[in-house]
Write a protein that binds this ligand. Sequence first.
Ligand code: CA
Length: 226
Amino acid sequence: MKLLIVEDEKALSDNIRAYLSRGDVVCETAFNFEEAQDKLLSFDYDIVLLDIMLPDGNGLNLLRLLKRLQPETGVLIISAKNALDDKVQGLELGADDYLTKPFHLPELNARLNAIFRRRKFQGHKILEFHEIKINTDTHDVFVGEASLVLTVKEYELLLFFVTNKNRVLTKQAIAEHLWGDNVDLLDSFDFVYQHIKNLRKKISAEGGADYIKTIYGLGYKFSSDQ
Ligand code: CA
């Protein structure tokens, strides 16, 4: 996946780039409106990560330009809290999704993957991790040949793990992914643990390996490393 990060906060841009580059994402960056415009006029991207408030212009105008130049490119808007107008306008102009700052990087990664799948594979995409197979179109999950019956949250949890494999996911990031920004964090940590326990149980009941590693004091990591 080739991504253009349009974000004037250098530290945030660097963090996003470092995080996503560890996966299979090729990241380019633009730190202002003009730079972003130049890149969009010259290069193609799968997805543009778009900040709205730029020092020399409004990101929504870049979105307009992009929809004219590269209508097949996905757009994920990242913007400040309470910028509801930006959100509504951005989605009306054809952005695929919207994420409010601050956000967790695994959440960003999951949203980008969802956009990429939708645009590149029309939603028909089998994700595989060793013996686990996830049909993201039908939501069917298999361990080897055996079909798993998962709850909606267990399915979302497994998908979140597989799309962020080999990365540490904090309980908070998992909770916010599964329950959104308004989650009561203290309560949800127990819920996270409970869902992980159930998911583990269902996978191992069909002979699957336990890929959900507990990283003490940090969270969890979905990995085949020992
Ligand atoms: Ca900004």
